[in-house]
Design a protein. Structure first.
Length: 396
């Protein structure tokens, strides 16, 4: 009976979501696609690649015109996703944090190019998480700009070796190159920025996000920490073999990683920034301008020594909190979100007003990204090899 009620509730929410939505979407190339064709495509790919659950939103003219949930939030229990189901955003957190940081830049709380060491009230050795840098002088040159553009020299996650990806049980914090020298994705760099902002303001990142992002945009089911209101409707992660992989209910916010949100809320955020609200035009230009060119063959491990010229044609770079590319349809900014059983992707074609947001609670999610992007919005520019989004039928 519970499963039947859950199914009926999910269907009702989906129907309500679909009512009033456009019956077709416009792709980058100007062609149209009906919602019936979208549904068939998504369901076919999910079935083929065993993607247990997926939420999708497509924006035209910078507005969400099609938002829908497919599949399960808990497959063994036959509980279905809906557009208000809370999903782990993973590194979608970084895009929100970048926007928040630039709000603080606009308010003159922090400067992009002032070393973070000049804001901190204590030596780095007195901050337990970063105490390993006590004898490292180079960290004193790290700025907010470097943290947001992933050029700090710090690792992505201190527990994983940045070149091999092998687990490092010592978890020693190290710097691997001079700040500003090159691109290497770094969650630890953003944690240093979080520490600095929290010390400057006397508030947590969660408090600041509520004040300056979530409430103004109307993101009522989004948070960097677990909320009791999430308990009634949240997604469980699924590994490749359907084994469940639930998320930890965090009580301490982690700026680069702990965002919980819904497809509805994140669509509001993307629409808000695509319409360039909440920040000056100058800061939007800063956020979405190339800060550093990217020549690595792969994004992960972050310090891979392999390089390639495959992405020169799209001018692959990093902005402030977002990846950047340029193609025949103009500029685009993108952000991934990846964890054991959570695979998310968003790309926004600024000059066309077209975006797509894909959120999955499935380790198989990335296997269908390439085909979804090409089929639903004619995006053949996302650097899927660099992001290792190998399709389910890919043969190396």
């Amino acid at each position: 009976m519970k499963s039947l009620r859950t199914l009926l509730f999910g269907l009702l929410l989906s129907m309500n979501t679909l009512l009033g939505q456009s019956q077709q979407i416009t792709k980058l190339d100007g062609s149209k696609m009906s919602i019936i064709e979208i549904d068939k495509t998504v369901k076919r790919l999910m079935d083929t690649a065993n993607v247990q659950g997926l939420c999708l939103s497509i924006l035209n003219n910078n507005k969400p015109i099609y938002t829908r949930a497919y599949g399960f939030k808990n497959k063994p229990q036959k509980e279905y996703l809906d557009t208000e189901t809370v999903i782990y955003g993973a590194s979608f957190s970084k895009a929100v944090f970048a926007f928040l940081t630039l709000k603080l830049v606009e308010e003159k709380v922090i400067e992009l190019d002032k070393p973070l060491s000049e804001y901190l009230s204590k030596p780095i050795r007195n901050y337990d998480y970063f105490k390993d840098l006590a004898t490292e002088e180079r960290w004193k040159k790290i700025t907010a700009r470097m943290c947001l553009s992933h050029t700090t020299g710090l690792p992505n996650v201190r527990w994983f070796h940045p070149t091999t990806g092998v687990i490092d049980t010592t978890g020693t914090m190290k710097m691997y190159f001079n700040p500003g020298e090159r691109y290497a994705y770094s969650g630890e760099g953003m944690k240093l920025l979080q520490l600095t902002i929290e010390e400057i303001t006397g508030k947590t990142i969660e408090e600041l996000a509520v004040e300056r992002v979530f409430k103004p945009i109307g993101m009522n089911r989004s948070s960097y920490i677990w909320q009791s209101s999430f308990d009634a409707n949240f997604a469980i992660g699924h590994l490749e073999n359907d084994e469940l992989n639930p998320r930890k209910k965090r009580t301490v916010p982690v700026a680069p990683a702990s965002l919980m949100t819904t497809i509805t809320d994140y669509s509001k955020f993307i629409s808000y920034v695509m319409e360039q609200k909440g920040l000056s035009k100058e800061l939007y230009k800063e956020m979405w301008s190339p800060q550093i060119e990217i020549h690595s063959k792969y994004q992960f491990p972050p310090l891979t020594l392999e390089t390639t010229n495959e992405n020169e044609n799209i001018h692959l770079s990093y902005g402030l909190g977002w990846g950047y590319l340029k193609c025949k349809y103009g500029r685009a900014v993108f952000k991934e979100g990846h964890d054991d059983a959570w695979r998310n992707y968003n790309i926004n074609f600024i000059d066309k007003g077209i975006s797509i947001i894909i959120m999955t609670n499935s380790a198989n999610g990335e296997k269908i990204f390439k085909e979804l992007l090409a089929t639903l919005i004619a995006d053949t520019f996302t650097p899927w090899k660099w992001q290792t989004y190998y399709p389910y039928d890919y043969k190396k």
